[in-house]
Design a protein around this ligand. Sequence first.
Ligand code: AMP
Length: 215
Amino acid sequence: MRKYVIMGVQGSGKGTQSQMLRDDLDLVHISVGDIFRWHVRNRTKLGAQVRRIMAAGELVGDDLVESVVRRRLDDHDWNFGFIIDGFPRNGRQAEFFMESYDIDAVIHLELPDDEVRRRVLNRRLCPNCGMDYNLIADRPEVEGRCDICGHELVTRADDTPEALEARLRDYHEKTRPVLELFRRKEVVHDVDGRPPLEDVQNAIRKTLGLPAYTR
Ligand code: AMP
């Protein structure tokens, strides 16, 4: 059973790297942001509660986040383990998490803020299958269309310069201290998020003692 957390500033590649690990190791990828985006898209009551907060790049309240995470982890729908992305994001969430769950490793993707801005403002997302694109490094084959399912690509509502600055501020003020908590438990693996996708994936695998990535 493998239980991983992946952390890193927005645009550091958490989603993509988690999906690569998930596909190869049969892990369940739990993205709290994806859960919220699903609720917003499907206009649920929870979606209505979080829509504006998310669009402004702010953090959703801890009670709501904890109940979503608890419900999701209670599903126990994994055979080989999970990788959780986008949680915990502050001290209180980290305490809640560490009280209830044991984790094997925290993967920390490091990326300087300038590179974050360059990546995030060029990010496009497929709202249908969740595939992520980047107009600089990872363009779709047909402009504006998803390579996997053909759906029209969108910009995330929170990938605006203003929302990005709010998220960067929250990351440095609230999320970075969480890493220090995990460091005390000696479970943090720092990985440089700047190289090409597959190199980052292999660096993650090397530090976790997993076999190298093969397409
Ligand atoms: P992400 O896709 O991880 O960047 O999450 C998108 C948005 O969902 C964030 O900007 C927050 O508004 C909200 N969100 C996701 N995870 C959390 C969390 N652990 N705590 C609070 N808000 C969150």
